[in-house]
Ligand binder design. Structure first.
Ligand SMILES: NC(=O)C1=CN([C@@H]2O[C@H](COP(=O)(O)OP(=O)(O)OC[C@H]3O[C@@H](n4cnc5c(N)ncnc54)[C@H](OP(=O)(O)O)[C@@H]3O)[C@@H](O)[C@H]2O)C=CC1
Ligand SMILES: CC(=O)N[C@@H](CCC(=O)OP(=O)(O)O)C(=O)O
Length: 342
């Protein structure tokens, strides 16, 4: 099978990462590459690590430029995807790496994103119970946010097995590429290097409703989430430290057994051996997710920690994994669990 894929937003971080993965995908041929302010530029000037595509020139992001492909990846700012997607035919597989089609509740969307809700597409987190079946054969996919990917995979086995009370407290550190490539003063090297800082504190981060949606969906009851993101002085990676009150009767053994059951057959999620803890360096550039869980008996809390690469499993890798499922390819095609270390 040869799948012809276009990437809108090819000048950005998410677009660059999906191109890096597609270049190594045996079934994909790379078609149109589009940008916005960088239309007309050579890709080599913007993404110099993508050497085989260096002489390709970005065109404007228009439905016409994206027509005639089997798959279109949209790596655009929030709110830009719907207008493009609705002009692409129903036979084209459209994979939105932005947030536009992730949330089910229009009120959540309007509250956190401040614009009308565009709709809801099958959710590209295959490990979430029920998600694979919805992705197989789908022509529309909403790729999860990077923090919701890390947090959901750390916590859902505990909530699905009803081992945790219906709440979660999360502190997650992200590398700066999570904020995109457009210049922002708080991302200057002199602001970020040698420092860690919180942001979106107090329930304001837009990924909070997505985490609630995922965890409540598997638990069958509403899970309250307190989420605090922090910015870490590294280019890539998310380390999510999550905790929830343990229900009465939970033991370290029953907790471990729930995670072993949830992840026994998952190609990308590695439940680490007891005593070993996730680290962002171990998943750098790979689609792997490291997970570990422990019971803090004195505090009566479950502690679950995950590490992902925000650009790989957190966006572009998750997108390619979901594309494989939608097209009927082996789910791991073109993806690696091998990281780059040190
Ligand atoms: N970075 C990450 O870790 C993750 C990102 N995402 C999502 O992926 C999407 C892209 O993010 P990211 O790559 O980080 O952001 P970047 O800022 O790095 O890239 C944004 C891209 O969108 C293009 N663009 C900007 N404005 C417009 C517009 N008005 N119309 C059409 N295209 C436009 C830019 O083109 P140009 O440069 O030519 O102006 C660029 O190609 C976002 O929705 C983000 O939320 C999801 C998960 C993780
Ligand atoms: C470090 C940093 O700023 N991270 C981004 C996460 C962006 C992302 O991946 O999510 P979306 O796809 O929903 O934009 C943030 O907190 O807004």
């Amino acid at each position: 099978m040869t799948v012809r894929a276009a990437v809108a937003g090819a000048s950005g971080y998410a677009g660059g990462e999906v191109l890096r993965l597609l270049l190594a995908h045996p079934e994909v041929e790379i078609g149109a590459l589009t940008g916005n302010s960088n239309a007309g530029q050579r890709l080599g000037a913007l993404q110099p690590h993508l050497l085989p595509l260096a002489d390709r020139v970005l065109t404007e992001t228009t439905p016409e430029a994206l027509a005639g492909h089997d798959v279109v990846f949209l790596a655009l700012p929030h709110g830009q995807s719907a207008a493009v997607a609705e002009r692409l035919g129903p036979d084209v597989l459209v994979i939105d790496m932005g947030a536009d089609f992730r949330l089910k509740d229009p009120a959540d969307w309007e509250r956190f994103y401040g614009s009308p809700h565009a709709g809801t597409w099958p959710y590209g987190l295959p490990e979430l119970p029920g998600a694979r079946a919805a992705l197989e054969g789908s022509k529309r996919i909403a790729v999860p946010g990077c923090y919701p990917t890390a947090v959901t995979l750390a916590l859902f086995p505990a909530h699905a097995a009803r081992l945790a009370e219906p709440e979660a407290v999360i502190v997650a550190a992200s590398g700066t590429s999570g904020a995109g490539k457009a210049p922002k003063p708080h991302l200057l090297g002199s602001e970020v290097m040698g420092s860690m800082s919180p942001y979106g504190v107090g329930g304001g981060h837009r990924h909070t409703p997505e985490m609630i949606q995922n965890l409540s969906g598997v638990a069958g009851e509403r899970i309250s989430v307190s989420f605090t993101p922090t910015l870490a002085p590294m280019p890539r990676g998310i380390l999510a430290t999550c905790s929830a009150r343990a229900r009465d009767g939970v033991t370290a053994e029953s907790l471990r057994a729930a995670y072993e059951k949830a992840y026994a057959d998952e190609p990308f999620v590695h439940l680490l051996p007891e005593g070993q803890w996730p680290a962002t360096a171990s998943v750098h550039g790979s689609n792997a997710v490291q997970v570990q869980v422990a019971l803090d008996e004195a505090a009566h809390r479950i502690i679950a920690i995950s590490a992902i690469d925000n650009l790989t499993k957190g966006t572009a890798g998750g997108a390619v994994q979901s594309m494989n499922l939608a097209l009927g390819l082996a789910e791991s095609t073109g993806l690696t669990t091998i990281g780059v270390a040190p």
